[in-house]
Design a protein around this ligand. Sequence first.
Ligand SMILES: [Zn+2]
Length: 252
Amino acid sequence: MAKHTCAICGAELNLITEQKLADGNFICRKVCSKKCLKIFDKVEATLESVNSHIEQVEYGTKVWNQIFVPLTKTKVKEEKMKRFGKNGELYVSPSTGLVALTENRYKIFIFGKSTIACVYRLADLYGYDYESEVVKNSEGKEETRHYCVLLFNNTPGLYQVRMEIRSGEFESMEKYFNTLFGIQKTLGNIKNTWKQQINAAKAVADAVKAVKEGTVDEAVAENTIGALDAAQYGDRTEWIAKADAALAAVQK
Ligand SMILES: [Zn+2]
């Protein structure tokens, strides 16, 4: 059998040290696989998506160290972060418009801790859904595991995150994100959503008119998509501005 080499670092591989990707490429388990978050599914990945993800983790870890680590110690109420996940691995920072998905690495047992992270703009969070799974635990008993599936828009690398959460945690996550984005699902608070839907309806009407008159152009089309997005996902303009301002200050 032909020996494989790591498509990233060129190391020679054998059956134990190789990780096969979905596109038939191989990468090494010793160095290159470890640059990925554990939650990143390498079996389903291609060389291109692995490279994007590694870049995402390298950049995300820098952002984590420069922006999030100082925020974990803040005494300012407005800068406090919210944590979600079974081990609190997801940090949401409304003051910077950023989200960090973290993973702790230890050199020996619990010593020599370092944290790697993927950082996303809150504005790009387009989905947060609940999933559950019944599994047999180590004692052979069935237990339910709970997950939140986060979907990030415009994101190369890891853009779908299936994160284990605590029982009952999803409801508070959903409520938290809906509130951040001004998506209000209860009848008592329908005003905002209603206003956004009116704007969306107006934009669609304008677009239809433009098509009829043969004057449809990119600006009209973009406006329509924007208004429809706002109705469904909330207005993200402010969140985009916040995140981009925070990220602009990150040192390479
Ligand atoms: Zn390698």
